[in-house]
Design a protein around this ligand. Structure first.
Ligand code: ADP
Ligand code: MG
Ligand code: MG
Length: 357
C-alpha cells in the first residue's frame, strides 16, 4: 500500500504564492515515476484566512486551474469556525508542510502536527521557532560560537511607547553598530520590512516601520559581502551540499530582487576556494545543530572577501522549494535529484518520528 502524504501549502503569510509553487513542485516529484508506486498525495490548501481545505480545490490550486480562491466572499468562511479540519486529515500517514514564513515555518504548524502524532517533514517546534526569530536564532548561533555580524535586539515598546527613550536608543545604535545598518522585523522572511539605513532619519523611519510588522526588532551592522548559501539534509547526522552564490545588482537582496525574474542570479557551485566552501559547509552543519533543525534547512552566509571572513546570516528551515529554487538546486548539483530529495525527506521524517517515540 502507498504511503499517504499530506501536502500542506498556502498559509497565512506573505509567502502564500511561493508556497503554492513549492507545493506544486513537490506534488510533481511525488508522482514522478520513481516515487509514484510509493506515495499518494493528499493536498491540503490553507487559505489566506487560515482555513484548511482538502479535496478538489487544493488540487485545482496545484494544477493552476484555480488561481486564488475567493475566501472573503465564500459563505462558508463567514459561518464556519476557522479551526475545523477536513476529515481527510485523519487519512495522512506523513505530513509534508511546505509553508514559508510565519504560521508555517515558525513552529506553529509543527506543534499541531506533533500533537497529531503523525510524522512530518522538517524541523520540530524548537528548530522552527529558533529559525524564524532572528534574535533567538542569533543567540543560539552566538552560544555555538558561530561568527556573525554585531547586532542589537529591540522591542516595539522601546520604539513606540516612550518618546524620551527613543533618541537614546538611536544614539546607542549609532554608537554600537554605525552606518550602514540593517533594521529588520525579527519574525519575517523574503526581506519584508527590512531596510538598509545610512542616516539618523532613515534609522528612525526604519525602526518605526519594522515595529509595525513585529513586536521584536533586530538591528545589525551592515557588511559588504558576497552572499553564499548551503543546503543541509538529514537529522542527527546531516550532510551539507555544495555551496551556491546569489548575485544581483540592487543595493541588497530585497523583496523585489528576490521575486522579479532576472534581477538575481545564482552560481552553483560558488566560485570560492575549497577552504571557504569547506568552512561554509562546516558552519552550516553547526548552525543546523545549534537551532535543533531537522530534515532540511538552507543556511545563508556573508563572505567578506576583503578580510576573508565568513559570517552566518541566517538559517531557513523551510526554504523555497520550487524546482528552480536554491535549496533543491544545491542538491541537484551535489548529486541528489529533486524526486530523490523529496523521497529522502519523507524517509527522514518517518525515521525521526519513530526514533523519538
Ligand atoms: P530574510 O529572512 O527576509 O531573507 P535576511 O536577514 O536574510 O532576511 O536579509 C535579507 C537580505 O538583506 C540579505 O540577503 C542581504 O542582502 C541583506 N542583509 C541583511 N542583513 C545584512 C547585513 N547585516 N549586512 C549586509 N547585508 C545584509
Ligand atoms: Mg530568512
Ligand atoms: Mg535571507
Amino acid at each position: 500500500t502507498k504511503l499517504r502524504v499530506g501536502l500542506l501549502f498556502g498559509g497565512c503569510s506573505g509567502e502564500h504564492e511561493v508556497s503554492i509553487s513549492s507545493a506544486r513542485a513537490v506534488a510533481q516529484a511525488l508522482s514522478a515515476e520513481q516515487n509514484a508506486h510509493k506515495y499518494e498525495v493528499i493536498p491540503f490548501y490553507i487559505h489566506k484566512d487560515g482555513r484548511w481545505q482538502a479535496g478538489e480545490i487544493p488540487q485545482n490550486v496545484l494544477d493552476g486551474t484555480l488561481v486564488e480562491f475567493q475566501h472573503s466572499t465564500s459563505p462558508q468562511s463567514q459561518t464556519s469556525h476557522k479551526w475545523q479540519y477536513p476529515v481527510q486529515v485523519t487519512e495522512v500517514d506523513v505530513w509534508f508542510p511546505i509553508l514559508h514564513g510565519p504560521n508555517g515555518e515558525d513552529g506553529t504548524i509543527q506543534g499541531l502536527l506533533t500533537l497529531m502524532q503523525v510524522p512530518f517533514v522538517g524541523s520540530g517546534v524548537l528548530g522552527s521557532a529558533l529559525g524564524m526569530d532572528k534574535i533567538a536564532m542569533k543567540m543560539a548561533f552566538a552560544q555555538a560560537g558561530i561568527p556573525q555580524v554585531k547586532y542589537m535586539a529591540l522591542n516595539r515598546a522601546q520604539i513606540w511607547s516612550n518618546p524620551c527613550v527613543f533618541p537614546k536608543l538611536c544614539d546607542e545604535i549609532e554608537a554600537t553598530l554605525g552606518y550602514p545598518c540593517f533594521v529588520k522585523p525579527a519574525n519575517l522572511g523574503s526581506s519584508v520590512g527590512i531596510a538598509k539605513v545610512r542616516s539618523r532619519s532613515e534609522l528612525e523611519t526604519a525602526l518605526d516601520n519594522a515595529a509595525s510588522y513585529d513586536r521584536r526588532i533586530i538591528v545589525e551592522a551592515g557588511v559588504k559581502a558576497r552572499e553564499l548559501e548551503c543546503a543541509v539534509l538529514g537529522n542527527d547526522a546531516p550532510k551539507a551540499s555544495v555551496v551556491g552564490e546569489i548575485t544581483f545588482n540592487s543595493d541588497f537582496y530585497d523583496y523585489e530582487t528576490k521575486y522579479t525574474p532576472g534581477k538575481a542570479d545564482w552560481l552553483i557551485p560558488a566560485p570560492v576556494s575549497d577552504a571557504v566552501s569547506s568552512q561554509i559547509q562546516a558552519m552550516a552543519l553547526q548552525a543546523f545543530a545549534a537551532v535543533d533543525a531537522a530534515g532540511l534547512a538552507r543556511v545563508d552566509f556573508f563572505y567578506v572577501e576583503a578580510t576573508g571572513e565568513v559570517l552566518i546570516n541566517e538559517i531557513n528551515t523551510l526554504p523555497g522549494f520550487t524546482a528552480t529554487s536554491m535549496y533543491p538546486q544545491l542538491w541537484v548539483n551535489t548529486g541528489i535529484s529533486f524526486p530523490d530529495l523529496v523521497d529522502e525527506l519523507i524517509e527522514n521524517a518517518i525515521s525521526r518520528h519513530s526514533g523519538f517515540k
